[in-house]
Design a binder for this molecule. Structure first.
Ligand SMILES: [Zn+2]
Ligand SMILES: [Zn+2]
Length: 171
């Protein structure tokens, strides 16, 4: 259950945020120390409280887009359908998921942990082996940093790439 709002974790989609929260919205709400607001002075509705909109940048074009608490907008990563479906290099659509996950995780992760998290979306399946292959490509470019011993490598995204739209790293 979410430590911010009490809602259950959304399990049917790609979970790239911390599992203490139902959605990426609630994680940002907590990290930014936001509070709910009461928009109305009307006697009948003034007790209503709302979750404020939170600005994030689109993972394709980098423009500002709004995250909202309501379910369908609470964990989005793109400003529009066009950016969501924007093309990357032919073998790269699958590579979006581990990179997006590592952009948000605070600790380096094992390939098996990354595969499990990336499997939370249903379009692509991931094994530890597939994750290793994908991340090897990106560690050669310096986007991903690998630490630890062979077989127990842990992966993290290099800090300077976390401000880039993820899809821009796949073109
Ligand atoms: Zn929540
Ligand atoms: Zn966009």
């Amino acid at each position: 259950m979410c430590i911010v709002c009490g809602r259950d974790l959304i399990e049917s989609c790609f979970v790239f945020w911390d599992s203490d929260y139902c959605s990426y919205y609630c994680q940002r709400f907590y990290e930014l120390k936001l509070t709910k607001y009461k928009p109305s002075k009307n006697t009948h509705t003034k007790h209503f409280e709302y979750y404020p909109p939170i600005v994030i940048s689109c993972e394709n074009c980098g423009e500002d887009t709004i995250l909202r608490w309501r379910l369908q907008d609470s964990s989005k990563a793109f400003c529009s359908h066009k950016c969501n479906s924007a093309k990357v290099k032919s073998r790269s659509p699958k590579q979006y998921f581990p990179l997006k996950l590592l952009k948000h995780t605070k600790e380096p992760l094992l390939a098996s942990e990354i595969a499990k998290q990336c499997d939370s979306q249903r379009a692509h399946r991931f094994t530890s082996h597939a994750i290793c292959n994908i991340l090897r490509i990106h560690s050669k470019k310096g986007i991903i940093e690998r630490t630890g011993d062979s077989g127990y490598h842990k992966y993290a995204m290099a800090e300077q790439y976390k401000s880039h739209p993820v899809k821009s790293l796949l073109r």
